[in-house]
Design a protein around this ligand. Structure first.
Ligand code: GLA
Length: 337
């Protein structure tokens, strides 16, 4: 079956939500036809992060990100901007002040504003959805926010400043908070609490990005559903932003397969089917579902949480052929007829 005979995910889900994919320039080059066939939204896997766009103070480099945006525009695709304020992949200079001292609150706020302003204005027409703040909530313990340089040097209000700067930079843009472990009940409570307080303060925020780095074992559907209900009650739009379904459940760090066992792929297909049934039933609040990669030839999970252990988390195999998981999510509508 050639690529063009395989039904396009973006067409199958057109009535429900956008279908997106995260790309590097390399993946984009190798897989351009597959991407254009199935997807109508792209996210840059790395090249729109702070360290890529402003490696040195005042020196902005849009070369790589422009290439991705140009491809998206040529193919009529949306772009999710990812990400403006994050504790990772941000150069050290951002947090440094004079004489090797840490930057002051004012200096860091100024830098934050300049970065957000420059980047969002550069893509004013092309990118109207941004992950403004990524992963600010703490995973463990009673702390609401994780410790980070942003928080340490600015204070807990760094989040609301980021959103206000983003809104000033492009008032038309849809502004998202994005996080992982997003359906874990304890963390979901914290994310909810943080979002609710932003909304109460009148901070311009429009949506929540659910990363959805899941696996063949967890999370359970009931857990996901409870989180979706909770988040939807805030009146925010929801985007699935970084989906992959590892074939290794948590706790299997010592295991490694050379090829994916048939029974794991079957489990994975069933999980994908359940996830997409659920997303589809929440299509009134979910506007887009993005995979954190295109096919099994390349995934960050080949190096996480176990270095150099191959994983196969997507719905297309290493040769870009549709897997059982693909047919499960493609045939949902047939079965529901
Ligand atoms: C997080 C980030 C992404 C990416 C993944 C790992 O989820 O939001 O940008 O770095 O980790 O690839």
């Amino acid at each position: 079956m050639t690529n063009s005979q395989v039904p396009a995910l973006k067409d199958l889900y057109q009535h429900a939500f956008k279908m997106g994919v995260a790309v590097s320039e390399d993946v984009l080059e190798r897989k351009a036809p597959l991407i254009a066939h199935h997807f109508n939204s792209v996210t840059a896997e790395n090249v729109m992060k702070f360290e890529s766009l402003q490696p040195e103070e005042g020196v902005f480099d849009f070369e790589s990100s422009d290439r991705i945006v140009r491809y998206a525009m040529q193919n009529g695709m949306a772009v999710r901007g990812h990400t403006l304020v994050w504790h990772n992949q941000t150069p050290d200079w951002v947090f440094e002040g004079e004489d090797g001292k840490p930057a002051s609150r004012d200096l860091l706020l100024q830098r934050m504003k300049k970065h957000i302003d420059t980047v969002m204005k550069h893509y004013e027409e092309e990118i109207t959805t941004w992950d403004v703040v990524n992963e600010a909530i703490s995973d463990k313990g009673s702390d609401l926010l994780r410790s980070s340089k942003w928080r340490e040097l600015i204070g807990d209000d760094f989040i609301e400043h980021a959103f206000r700067f983003a809104h000033e930079a492009n008032p038309k843009a849809q502004l998202f908070y994005n996080d992982y472990n997003e359906v874990n009940p304890e963390k979901a409570d914290k994310i909810y609490q943080m979002l609710q307080s932003l909304i109460e303060k009148g901070v311009p925020i429009h949506g929540l990005g659910l990363q959805c780095h899941w696996n063949v074992g967890t999370p359970e559907i009931a857990t996901i559903k409870a989180a979706l209900e909770k988040y939807a009650s805030l009146g925010l739009r929801l985007h699935v932003t970084e989906m992959d379904v590892s074939i290794y459940p948590h706790g299997e760090e010592a295991k490694r397969f050379d090829t994916p066992p048939a029974e794991r792929l079957e489990q994975q297909a069933n999980r994908y089917e359940q996830f997409f049934q659920l997303f589809h039933s929440y299509r009134n609040v979910i506007d887009s579902v993005t995979f954190w990669g295109v096919d099994d030839s390349y995934t960050w999970l080949d190096h996480f949480p176990v270095p150099n252990r191959k994983n196969w988390p997507f719905v297309f195999d290493e040769q870009s052929n549709p897997k059982a998981a693909f047919w499960e999510i493609a045939n949902i509508f047939e079965r529901n007829k």
